[in-house]
Design a protein around this ligand. Structure first.
Ligand SMILES: C[S@@+](CC[C@H](N)C(=O)[O-])C[C@H]1O[C@@H](n2cnc3c(N)ncnc32)[C@H](O)[C@@H]1O
Length: 312
């Protein structure tokens, strides 16, 4: 199989439902990871994912040996603490999660109690339970950084045996070849070299401004652009997921031409919200890819550059 054949293969495959994903995180790039990873160069010494969340791209890349080493970073410290438990002590994490999960059948206010305790202690095992059990697996925070999302009354959250299976699998996959980073994306990638690769999935403009505080921290557009200029100057290649379009509605302004990247459209399928509302709007996500990666000319990539069609 040639490299191009292999890239075509992963560009068109989908992940099985049994794939390893120990953190169920709304906004995960799990479904898009095969297509995003099809743009990787042939050899990547270190893949940086500084807005990791549930790190779907890192997990896909590691499963398919698309990089030698990995850096998982996020500014939300409890999430990186959770990654540390998954990788270093998956057994202890699984046991504690199982105890928490079973507790919900004995106490009607269990979720709210766990949430209050988490907002005091920032214990990462409690965070996993809250993320797994909350509405749409969608974390929400108030201005003080407290977790505010409610319990999903129709579901009981990820089953303990699934946590056990996925946490052990991820630990086996990443232990010894991953570093964790707590803090801002620019500090996370400080040591990235021109042979490395950065994949970024920051909070989108629509979730950073206004009242919808989706993550513990948003990211101002100017800081992101500043970071991209810095990576361009250092010659460090990157792939960035940022904003896009749902049906007729365009989210966020395109990044300026001073950013040295091709702007591609990634067809992400029908939005679940549109389906609920009886519409068939397609979600199209923007992908900015460093020009040095030649994504604009990659014929394995089915989508044409966005500026030709959508955001002209
Ligand atoms: C859209 S989510 C990433 C989802 C991820 N791609 C996945 O597969 O689950 C964005 C993440 O960026 C983090 N974040 C926000 N601002 C940040 C910053 N300045 N530096 C690093 N991480 C940040 C948030 O805590 C959140 O986990």
């Amino acid at each position: 199989m040639t490299v191009d054949d292999f890239k075509y293969h992963i560009a068109t495959m989908t992940l099985s439902p049994l794939s390893i994903q120990p953190i169920p995180y709304q906004g995960s790039k799990r479904a898009l990871a095969p297509r995003i990873c099809s743009l990787f160069p042939d050899s990547v010494p270190t893949l940086y994912e500084p807005f990791a969340g549930s790190a779907a791209v890192t997990l896909f890349a590691a499963t398919h040996d698309l990089a030698d080493r990995f850096v998982i970073g996020d500014s939300y410290t409890p999430l990186i603490d959770l990654w540390a438990l998954i990788i270093d002590t998956p057994g202890e994490l699984s046991d504690r999660y199982a105890a928490l999960w079973h507790g919900q059948f004995e106490n009607p206010s269990h979720f709210n109690d766990v949430r209050a305790e988490f907002n005091e202690s920032s214990d990462p095992v409690l965070l996993l339970y809250l993320v797994a059990r909350c509405v749409k697996n969608a974390v929400r925070f108030n201005r003080r950084g407290h977790f505010t999302q409610s319990a999903d009354k129709r579901r009981t959250g990820m089953k303990p045996d699934r946590v056990t299976r996925t946490a052990h699998a991820v630990s086996r996959l990443l232990k010894g070849r991953v570093s964790l980073f707590r803090g801002d994306f620019r500090d996370c990638v400080q040591n990235a070299a021109a042979s490395d690769l950065i994949y970024m999935d920051p909070p989108y403009q629509g979730t950073t401004y206004g009242t919808d505080k989706r993550y513990a921290a948003g990211l101002e557009r100017e800081r992101l652009i500043d970071g991209l200029h810095n990576f361009d100057a250092r010659g460090v290649p990157y792939i960035l997921s940022y904003d896009g379009q749902m049906g007729e509605k365009i989210y966020g302004e395109p990044l300026p031409d001073t950013v040295d990247a091709d702007h591609l459209a990634l067809h992400a399928g029908r939005s679940s919200q549109a389906t609920i509302n009886g519409r068939s709007d397609e979600t199209i996500e923007s992908l900015y890819v460093s020009r040095s990666l030649n994504a604009g000319t990659a014929d394995i990539y089915k989508s044409r550059p966005v500026q030709d069609r959508l955001f002209a």
